[in-house]
Design a protein around this ligand. Structure first.
Ligand code: EPU
Length: 424
């Protein structure tokens, strides 16, 4: 297994470029299933989750070509099995995003249940209830969701209110409703920029979707949709991760293509922590030279502080000159980085979903590992701040969500390398 080895203690300096957004690319790749023709998805990051999506599309009869930043999803070969097997879904929960498009287009779908994951149980009950409201008959059989349209035919438009705002749930239902018969109103929707981006693509395909980005979305179902060519938005979480890395190391970094408009809740906290943020022509410059000030955060659905930035921000708070309280409200088990940060000399007390972080002057290097993507990113940042050596193991988590992370950080002056064949 690969590991990332870091000899930290160097302030990051220079310019880093943000890649396309993983969590926008995944639903958009699934949206290609809604039309028969060949589509192009551009500005796609080179990530393991993208490779898994391409494998899934191929399994579904869509021969695809994965270039450095573009995926060409081939036309329907007519051999489609509307089925997502466990082997692919277990590698990536977002595979469940094929359920809505397959059911809408083929009137049936069989998709493995994703099961629990490191950060929480993550049920998909809201996806299923929404599809049922649209007339689907759904059974759970041998670990699979087996769904059929009403009498094996097209879904019907419906009014559906989510019990809890869910990002992929909103995306799945939006895609299903785009090909349903009649009008669908979705209430209490997730407002994340990735939902809005998917709606933009669906509208390019000929769908009629209004209100994405607010909590109420109206969709007029169409008979058919056409293929598309679309370049996806920049990754707000990757951008935020580099910003925290700059701040934690006392650096000066221009984060090119940072989607500043999607980061406001997070940037307000970064500023309060003592960073100077300046908008420049091609991105946002982050400079931190004074002490790191304590800032409390509570994760919340967009536009609140993103759960996907909580672990990274906690590292910054580990080095603050006071005490910060971090509360996680989205996922029940998203403090897995804490035990590893403690091994690096952090002072953190966890009480249920709240972490009380008492700042320490410095962290020390150690061999660490994490069991999810953002926790792994936080350990890389911790390693960048420690003056001795840190080895972050199980890099495959990072490879799911950060394109060439060690190369990008090395470009900012970090002493960082990937080492092969380290025990997991
Ligand atoms: N939930 C339910 N029932 C459902 C769906 C969700 O109870 O049917 C709960 C979840 O368990 C969670 C909350 O609702 O407590 C919100 O989960 P959501 O469904 O919004 O999460 P998701 O769609 O599975 C996406 C991102 C995650 C990100 C969350 C929250 C993608 C592919 N994934 O997940 O990204 O953390 O939204 O913003 O878009 C990551 O990139 O590292 C990552 C985990």
């Amino acid at each position: 297994m690969d590991a990332i080895r870091i000899r930290g203690g160097r302030p990051l300096k220079g310019t880093v470029s943000v890649s396309g957004a993983k969590n926008a690319a995944l639903p958009i790749l699934c949206a290609t299933l809604l039309s028969e023709g060949e589509s192009f998805v551009r500005n796609v990051p080179a990530l393991r989750d993208i490779e898994t999506s391409v494998a899934l599309l191929e399994f579904l009869g869509r021969k695809s070509v994965l270039g450095p930043t573009t995926v060409r999803v081939g036309a329907d070969t007519g051999t489609s099995r509307p089925e997502a097997p466990y082997e692919l879904v277990k590698q990536m929960r977002a595979s469940v995003l094929v359920l809505g498009p397959l059911l809408a287009r083929f009137g049936r779908a069989k998709v493995s249940l994703p099961g629990g994951c490191a950060i929480g149980a993550r049920p998909i009950d809201q996806h299923l209830k929404g599809l049922e409201a649209m007339g689907a008959e759904i059974k759970l059989e041998h670990g699979y969701v087996v769904a059929r349209g009403p009498n094996g035919g097209r879904l019907k438009g419906a009014d559906f209110c989510f019990d809890i705002a869910t990002v992929t749930g909103t995306e799945n239902l939006m895609m299903a409703a785009a090909l349903a018969r009649g009008r669908t109103t979705l209430v209490n929707c997730a407002r994340e920029p990735e939902v809005e981006e998917l709606a933009r693509v669906l509208n390019k395909m000929g769908a009629s979707i209004q209100g994405a980005g607010t909590d109420e979305i109206l969709i007029e179902g169409k008979e058919s949709l056409h293929p598309f060519d679309h370049a996806i938005i920049a990754d707000r979480v990757e951008a935020g991760t580099f910003m925290v890395a700059a701040a934690a190391t006392g650096g000066d970094v221009l984060v090119e293509h940072a989607p500043v408009e999607h980061l406001e809740g997070f940037l307000a906290k970064l500023r309060r922590a003592g960073c100077v943020l300046t908008r420049e022509e091609h991105g946002l410059r982050v400079v931190r030279s004074g002490p790191i000030l304590p800032v409390d955060i509570t994760t919340a659905p967009y536009p609140g502080f993103p759960t996907d930035m909580q672990a990274q921000f906690m590292v910054l708070m580990c080095l603050c000159n006071g005490r910060a309280v971090i509360t996680e409200t989205i996922f029940e088990n998203r403090f897995m980085h804490v035990s590893e940060l403690l091994r690096m000399g952090a002072n953190i007390d966890v009480h249920s979903n709240t972490a009380i972080v008492n700042g320490v002057p410095a962290l020390s290097g150690a061999s660490v590992m994490a069991t999810d993507l953002r926790a792994s990113a936080s350990l890389v940042i911790a390693g960048l701040t420690a003056s001795d050596e840190t080895e972050v193991r199980r890099v495959y988590h990072l490879d799911r969500g950060y394109e060439h992370i060690e190369q990008k950080l090395a470009g900012l002056g970090a002493d960082i390398e990937r080492v092969k064949g380290v025990a997991g």
